[in-house]
Write a protein that binds this ligand. Structure first.
Ligand SMILES: CC(C)(COP(=O)(O)OP(=O)(O)OC[C@H]1O[C@@H](n2cnc3c(N)ncnc32)[C@H](O)[C@@H]1OP(=O)(O)O)[C@@H](O)C(=O)NCCC(=O)NCCS
Length: 179
């Protein structure tokens, strides 16, 4: 008889998790081209300054997924888009990013759980979750739509290696958030 598979858990990222997170990111980069440009220091890219939350998904004792949350500013495309739509301040948002799941752990609902947990972490801070994704990242776009996030349109950005089309999303509102 086969052993039942351990249940995946989400928990806050710890500093000691970064090497394993970077190894998972490496596999994601090879499989999906995310991130488009491999960072010189992947641990620093994962743990950017100013993050207000970061989570990992652990399956069978191994980290297999990651998401982070950063306070939004008017300079951030998704936050600025949300502010323009709602007439509110971009500083009332938090941007979900650095979201990925190991190719070996896909289709188990972990991406959806990481997204929901990051959104809840934004709500706990009184912030509205938003994000941007490269328009060609089809699995991610499908995930955000499936999770009920609102597509707030595309934006063109000039990255150092060329232009990119980003698709912006706004997450669900807090129960006590003004309409
Ligand atoms: C996007 C990503 C995180 C999804 O992770 P995952 O754990 O496989 O996703 P889930 O199992 O939670 O899927 C939830 C829903 O997303 C959608 N989805 C996920 N992967 C999909 C795919 N390859 N094609 C179509 N829809 C997909 C489905 O609607 C799915 O729900 P369903 O299975 O009930 O239909 C993962 O594919 C990934 O790491 N991609 C590369 C990194 C990336 O693009 N990150 C986004 C940066 S902004």
């Amino acid at each position: 008889m086969s052993e039942p598979r351990a249940t995946a858990v989400l928990r806050p990222r710890e500093a000691g998790d970064l090497p394993r997170c970077a190894a998972v990111l490496r596999a994601v980069h090879k499989a999906d081209g995310y991130p488009r440009n491999w960072p010189a220091d992947p641990a620093a890219w994962l743990a950017t300054a100013g993050q207000c939350a970061a989570l990992v998904a652990v399956l069978d004792g191994e980290i297999v997924g990651h998401a982070a949350l950063t306070p939004g500013t008017a300079r951030d495309t998704a936050a600025a888009r949300w502010a323009a739509r709602t007439g509110r301040d971009a500083a009332e948002t938090a941007e979900v990013g650095r979201l990925f799941v190991a190719p070996t752990a896909r289709g188990l609902g972990l991406g959806a759980r990481l997204l929901a947990a990051a959104g809840a972490a934004a709500h706990e801070r009184g912030l509205h979750p938003v994000l941007c994704v490269r328009d060609g990242d089809r699995a991610a776009v499908a995930l955000y739509r499936r999770a009920g996030w609102t597509d707030t349109g595309t934006a063109r950005e000039d990255w150092p290696d060329g232009p990119v089309t980003l698709r912006c999303f706004a997450g669900p509102a807090r129960a006590d958030e003004p309409a």
